[in-house]
Design a protein around this ligand. Structure first.
Ligand code: SF4
Length: 416
């Protein structure tokens, strides 16, 4: 996740004081190493069948899902492993009958607990239950205004229901964020969604680039083109900067494209050049993609993945082996590569002058399009000139989905 607002607030402070602020103390400093944030898909069933769903969810039960007791045991292991935060997701997590038991247990174990939901089931009484169980944050997906969102979500009236959920939760004081995944079919609605966020007093906006997983991979031919992505980022950066400069506390974050850090550096070089060196250093400290390092995923049947976009690649199952063991096992070639410093990324990314900022991006798009997890990321929207290449012009194109390349093969990475 790339926290635009954090950088914009630092820049606003720098402008006000004349010096760039010292880095905030990070969680791991002095506390010993912490575990990753875990996105936990507790259930695969969903009342919707959205076009970009990475989980291929549908409205029926899936066998082999973790029982309540199994969830509790895994949670104990995660706590001992110093996992700071659980993001409870699905499918639609509110369809899980024991969701509030799980949330209660997680809060008692002092996790930060987030909920990722489509929002369509949240009426006033359910909003009150969510609020009373102390969720720290609820992310509700809105992929456009009105009919655009309904089309993505394949349910007429979905937009109205999700917006009603936002309002119910906001009225109770629960922190809410809007989650928007952009493709060429809904890019035009981004300005209106940002306006809606402000009108509704919503605290956070999560802009997700399309990643090529699940139904999102099948629809990858509809991914936003690079120019549309750049225009969207320009708007987000300006919006976040205006908010920070005015003393606002809205959060603007992006996900699934770590080239956003490099693009921010370019924005700073253009608009606030005297802070570019400070921002570059801060971006290198951030280091780009953290799948398999600071972000983890457990799916509905207990399989562990480097993040939610790697459901086609399992690392081991928590029913057979504790998460804390699976996560540090670098005998797996993908985990060895993701945890390597630097990652063994080749092609255009390997030659990129900003590799230390971006970290080579998400790796899933490269694997889904080329079959090679360490090839260039076709989702990078920066030009050859911007990444310091002479400019052959040859790029891996995002081809339309083909069912022939579904399996992944990885060769072991040489350890240093
Ligand atoms: S070329 Fe690769 S490493 Fe460089 S910014 Fe783009 S995605 Fe990141």
């Amino acid at each position: 996740m790339f926290r635009i607002s954090q950088f914009m607030h630092e820049l606003a402070r720098a402008e006000a004081t004349g010096s760039y602020p010292a880095p905030m103390r990070r969680r791991s400093e002095g506390d010993g190493p912490g575990g990753p944030v875990v996105i936990w898909n507790l259930i695969r069933r969903c009342n919707l069948t959205c076009k970009h769903c990475y989980a291929f969810s549908a409205d029926h039960d899936y066998p082999g899902e973790l029982s309540t007791q199994e969830v509790f045991s895994v949670m104990d292991d995660l706590k001992a492993f110093k996992v700071p935060a659980l993001i409870l997701s699905g499918g639609e997590p509110l369809l899980r009958p024991d969701i509030f038991e799980i949330a209660e247990r997680a809060k008692a174990r002092k996790f930060y607990v987030g909920l990722s939901t489509n929002g369509t089931l949240i009426d006033e009484p359910l909003a009150a239950r969510i609020h009373n169980h102390g969720f720290d944050y609820v992310g509700i997906s809105l992929d456009g205004i009105g009919a655009t969102h309904d089309k993505f979500r394949r349910l007429e009236g979905a937009f109205d229901k999700s917006l009603a959920a936002v309002r119910h939760l906001q009225n109770l004081g629960t922190k809410v964020g809007l989650r928007f995944t952009m493709t060429e079919l809904n890019a035009h609605d981004l300005p209106n969604l940002l306006q809606l966020m402000r009108d509704e007093g919503v605290a956070k906006f999560y802009f997700s680039h399309l990643n090529y997983a699940g139904r999102g991979n099948i629809h990858r031919g509809k991914d936003a083109r690079h120019l549309a992505t750049r225009q969207a980022l320009d708007l987000l950066y300006q919006t976040a900067w205006d908010d920070a400069r005015a003393g606002g506390q809205h959060e603007y974050v992006t996900g699934n494209n770590d080239a956003d850090g490099v693009y921010l550096l370019q924005w700073v070089e253009q608009h606030l050049p005297r802070w570019a060196d400070d921002v570059r250093q801060r971006l290198i400290t951030w280091g780009g993609n953290s799948s398999g390092v600071n972000i983890a995923n457990i799916d509905n049947v207990g399989e562990v993945h480097p993040d939610t976009m790697w459901w086609h690649y399992g690392l081991g199952n928590v029913k057979a082996r504790p998460f804390s063991e699976i996560w540090v096992d670098t005998s797996d070639p993908l985990m060895a590569g993701l945890k390597a410093k630097p990652r063994p990324v080749g092609g255009r990314c390997g030659q990129c002058m900003h590799f230390a900022i971006c970290g080579g991006n998400t790796r899933v798009r490269a694997q889904q399009v080329t079959g090679d997890a360490w090839a260039e990321d076709p989702g990078c929207y920066l030009t050859d000139e911007e990444i310091g290449l002479a400019g052959s012009g040859d790029r891996v194109e995002t081809t339309a989905f083909s069912s022939r390349r579904r399996m992944i093969e990885l060769v072991p990475v040489e350890s240093e």
